[in-house]
Ligand binder design. Structure first.
Ligand code: ATP
Ligand code: MG
Length: 135
């Protein structure tokens, strides 16, 4: 998961991390970083060519973000459920995006959408030896 620039700017990091803890999603890596255009571009490579791609990169590099590696049984599905829909207007009551997101772009958090992408995205920011895995 990533707390996006609007989430950090509006000081919702604590609230969002609290959601993870309350939902038994174990944090095994966490760092505050500012993405470069190159990193953000590679990270969002799957969206390259889409109409919102350039704006998305500009937005994701506009401020600090917190990158978080999570571990849990069924982690991706459970994390996506507490995040809510991409557009906060469609996000279910009590989800992170319903509570903290402003718009479809400034939507507080990113969450990996499949276990495979989750592994790829964790690998993007953390080496194996950085991760404090729960055994
Ligand atoms: P994320 O990948 O950030 O967790 P998501 O999986 O819910 O969000 P995606 O379809 O993967 O949504 O889109 C990635 C991000 O691109 C969204 O979170 C949002 O910030 C932005 N985005 C998606 N669709 C649009 C759109 N139509 N207009 C503007 N920005 C968009
Ligand atoms: Mg996505």
């Amino acid at each position: 998961m990533i707390v996006k620039p609007d989430g950090v700017r509006k000081r919702h990091c604590g609230d969002i991390i609290s959601f993870l803890e309350k939902n038994d999603l174990d944090i095994i890596g966490m760092r505050l970083v500012k993405l470069t255009a190159t990193t953000a571009g590679e990270f969002y490579d799957i969206h390259r060519g889409k109409p919102f791609y350039n704006d998305l990169l500009a937005y994701m590099t506009s401020g600090k973000v917190i990158v978080i590696a999570l571990q849990a049984e069924n982690a991706v599905a459970r994390m996506r459920e507490i995040i809510g829909a991409t557009n906060p207007r469609d996000a279910a009551e009590g989800t992170i995006r319903q509570l903290y997101a402003e718009s479809i772009e400034s939507n507080a958090v990113h969450g990996s959408d499949t276990p495979e992408n989750g592994r790829r995205e964790v690998g993007f920011f953390f080496s194996e030896k950085d991760l404090l895995e729960t055994t």
